[in-house]
Design a protein around this ligand. Structure first.
Ligand code: ADP
Length: 219
């Protein structure tokens, strides 16, 4: 499967070569994390948030130091580091069994964040839909990030200069990822309104995917 372990056929862990996946995309503060967290509670979805996975790394480890060096400035962690960590991490979840590739649709939040990451990920995932959360109100996004800084103690949300840098990095490096995929699979969802309202729009797009999968299993 996704890991690159020397001498081990990692495919044998799950028997999968490419996971069925949905990408959650949107600028910082667009509500990806909130929606991903809710979706992850629904049977048949497995939510993987790259930022959350990176944040739990011990900050004193070599990887933790690299992570901190980039995120504290609002920059992206280098692609090779992120992809390797992502693959190993997901592999571990599939082995532990909380992620069940046969049953679960993988909801990826925060990866891919560059076109190069998208290209490499093609070997590992089969992207079925992209949910593009759109928030045209920059003030609302800043406000969300400020609230999150207080609630989750995130240094990268507390500093306005760092937030601005992350917005710019999103525009320059991450938005082009949307063009890497076919337009037909991209669904734009306005991320204004209550989480329930936004969720209902997302589920309108994703529920049919799950219906197909479940009915396929019953046949
Ligand atoms: P947000 O929710 O504000 O968009 P995340 O929690 O997803 O932010 O990510 C926090 C930080 O972690 C990013 O600003 C970046 O430094 C790093 N990061 C997360 N995912 C990736 C990725 N796919 N590639 C490179 N860096 C990443």
């Amino acid at each position: 499967m996704v890991g690159e372990r020397k001498g081990v056929d990692t495919r044998s862990v799950t028997g999968h070569s490419r996971y069925r996946a949905v990408l959650l995309m949107g600028a910082p503060g667009s509500g990806k994390g909130t929606q991903g967290g809710i979706l992850g509670q629904i049977p048949g979805f497995y939510h993987f948030a790259m930022g959350d996975a990176l944040r739990v790394i011990n900050i004193r480890s070599d990887l933790g130091k690299i992570f901190y060096e980039y995120t504290s400035r609002g920059e992206l962690v280098p692609d090779d580091v992120v992809i390797k960590f992502w693959a190993k991490n997901l592999d571990a979840h599939a082995t532990l069994g909380d992620f069940k590739p046969d049953d679960d649709l993988l909801i990826l939040d925060g990866i891919p964040r560059t076109v190069n990451q998208a290209r490499v990920l093609q070997q590992h995932i089969q992207v079925q839909r992209i949910i593009h959360l759109v928030c045209r109100d920059e003030n609302a996004m800043f406000e969300r990030l400020r609230r999150r800084a207080l609630k989750e103690n995130r240094a990268d949300d507390a500093d306005e200069k760092v937030i601005r840098r992350r917005m710019k990095v999103y525009e320059d490096a991450t938005r082009p990822v949307l063009e890497f995929y076919s337009k037909d699979i991209v669904a734009e969802v306005e991320s204004v309104g209550s989480p329930a309202r936004v969720l209902s729009q997302i589920l309108t797009v994703l529920a049919p995917l799950q219906d197909q999968h479940f009915s396929g299993k019953l046949e």
